[in-house]
Design a protein around this ligand. Structure first.
Ligand SMILES: NC(=O)CC[C@H](N)C(=O)O
Length: 195
């Protein structure tokens, strides 16, 4: 199984390392053509405006939308979650607009710009080590979205079918169980296509 990491800007190498821990192969995605070689895609953390600009410049928006339309899983972490969202609070233009969530950027305030915590995530045994860096929050979710975890009553992990989003950086720790969860989503998606 090959899992791509969109390699325009942000924490790419760390995601590749975590993917490789699951037994899948992590592939940095720099060109649109590479999308046809992978089974799932991670959009990493970084700066969502920069990632969005580069996605437009290199014409990634439509190809990733059609990748997702084929039922192939997409996972956005931190800035990647913002890139996936249908709505960004404050009226900023959305990017991929795939996932039915409304997000707020840099939502944890100055004093809490970055912090780590042990987070319970539905579907994963024991807590997941989560690193938050100028993290976004999910303000509202659509009917088809399942909330997988909250931190202080705010939504920080969510899933909509084959789409997964996390406010934090799961790739900056040795804990690769969220990557394993995503790899399992890909296995399910592949099995469904073969039926
Ligand atoms: N660590 C991150 O990915 C930060 C996200 C960034 N603050 C943004 O709004 O895009």
């Amino acid at each position: 199984m090959k899992i791509g990491v969109l390699a325009l800007q942000g924490a790419v190498a760390e995601h590749i390392r975590s993917i490789n821990q699951t037994g899948a192969e992590g592939v940095p995605i720099k060109k649109v053509e590479q999308l046809s070689d992978i089974d799932g895609l991670i959009i990493p953390g970084g700066e969502s405006t920069t990632i969005g600009k580069l996605m437009r410049k290199y014409n990634f928006l439509e190809p990733i939308r059609s990748f997702s339309e084929q039922g192939k899983p997409v996972f956005g972490t931190c800035a990647g979650l913002i890139v996936l969202a249908k709505q960004i609070a404050g009226g900023e233009e959305s990017h991929l607009g795939l996932m039915d969530i409304q997000v707020a950027r840099n939502a944890f305030g100055r004093q809490r710009e970055s912090f780590e915590t042990d987070l319970p995530v539905k579907g994963i045994e024991e807590t997941v080590r989560a690193v938050f860096i100028r993290a976004p929050l999910i303000l509202t979710v659509g009917e088809e979205v399942e909330v997988l975890s909250t931190y202080k009553d705010e939504i920080v992990t969510a899933r909509q079918g084959h789409l997964l989003a996390a406010s934090y950086h799961p790739e900056l720790t040795d804990d690769y169980r969220l990557h394993q969860y995503f790899a399992d989503m890909i296995k399910e998606a592949k099995a469904a296509v073969q039926l």
